[in-house]
Design a protein around this ligand. Structure first.
Ligand code: ADP
Ligand code: ADP
Ligand code: ZN
Length: 216
């Protein structure tokens, strides 16, 4: 089972992926996480990417496509993968399509998490994650069971993303509207697009996604 999870920043892609990885043994391939790892490592790609990420702009297609192709080839994806944050442009969607047919792979479902723009800022302004295991949290909607301690791994250090501030979120939303939303009709025509209401609780959204995976 190979999935794409699509939606604006803050739609809940990472949150749903965490559950899907645990339940279905899928590998999450998040281009955002890969880029942040490059930024932390201080690589040339990371230096270039940081400027674009902090401005809320997309990183060039050729860099992203090369990065994801090598990840799909890894043996750990044999149970299937979830693409999180990729593809984000028509060029990326076309490149993915070509790459998968060369590898005799296909996408089973494209899950679009639909959320209104007003709630996105509140979701992103409260977002933080575990510095060690990357589990996602929220100041109001998903606090750790014990304040300051990660539920999953017990770490006590958390991170907030520099691009989650409202000024940057506005640019990211524009990028989503102008560059990412136009790829949805491509998947709709292929009959694989499933639109899910992303405004409900994490649990409700998860149950809907799970149902799609189990019963199509
Ligand atoms: P979110 O899940 O909140 O939308 P991501 O972690 O997916 O954010 O992405 C953070 C930033 O990384 C994006 O704003 C963009 O600059 C860059 N990025 C991530 N994935 C891609 C991609 N597929 N193409 C271009 N840029 C990307
Ligand atoms: P994305 O990966 O699409 O950018 P995240 O999964 O990181 O989004 O979610 C953004 C923030 O909103 C996180 O802090 C997360 O805990 C919270 N969140 C995710 N889904 C929901 C939901 N259904 N209801 C309320 N808050 C949510
Ligand atoms: Zn943790």
């Amino acid at each position: 089972m190979n999935l794409i999870i699509l939606g604006p920043p803050g739609a809940g892609k990472g949150t749903q992926c965490e559950r899907l990885v645990e339940t279905f043994g899928l590998v999450q391939l998040s281009t955002g996480d890969m880029l942040r790892a490059e930024v932390t490592s201080g690589s040339e790609l990371g230096k270039k990417a940081k400027i674009l990420i902090d401005a809320g702009n997309l990183v060039p297609d050729d860099l992203i496509i090369a990065m994801i192709s090598s990840q799909i080839d890894r043996p750990s994806t044999e149970n299937g993968f979830i693409l999180d944050g990729f593809p984000r442009t028509t060029a990326q969607a076309n490149a993915l399509h070509k790459m998968l047919s060369e590898k005799s792979l296909k996408i089973d479902h494209v899950i679009q998490l639909a959320v209104d723009e007003e709630i996105i800022v509140s979701r992103l302004s409260g977002r933080f994650s575990c510095a060690k295991c990357h589990a996602g949290y929220h100041d109001i909607f998903k606090k750790p069971n014990k304040d300051g301690i990660c539920d999953k791994c017990g770490a006590q250090e958390f991170l907030r993303r520099s691009d989650d501030k409202p000024e940057t979120v506005r640019s990211r939303l524009r990028a989503y509207r102008e560059q990412t939303a136009p790829i949805l009709p491509f998947y709709d025509e292929k009959g694989v697009l499933k639109v899910v209401d992303g405004m409900g609780s994490m649990e409700d959204v998860y149950n809907t996604v799970r149902e799609i995976i189990l019963n199509g």
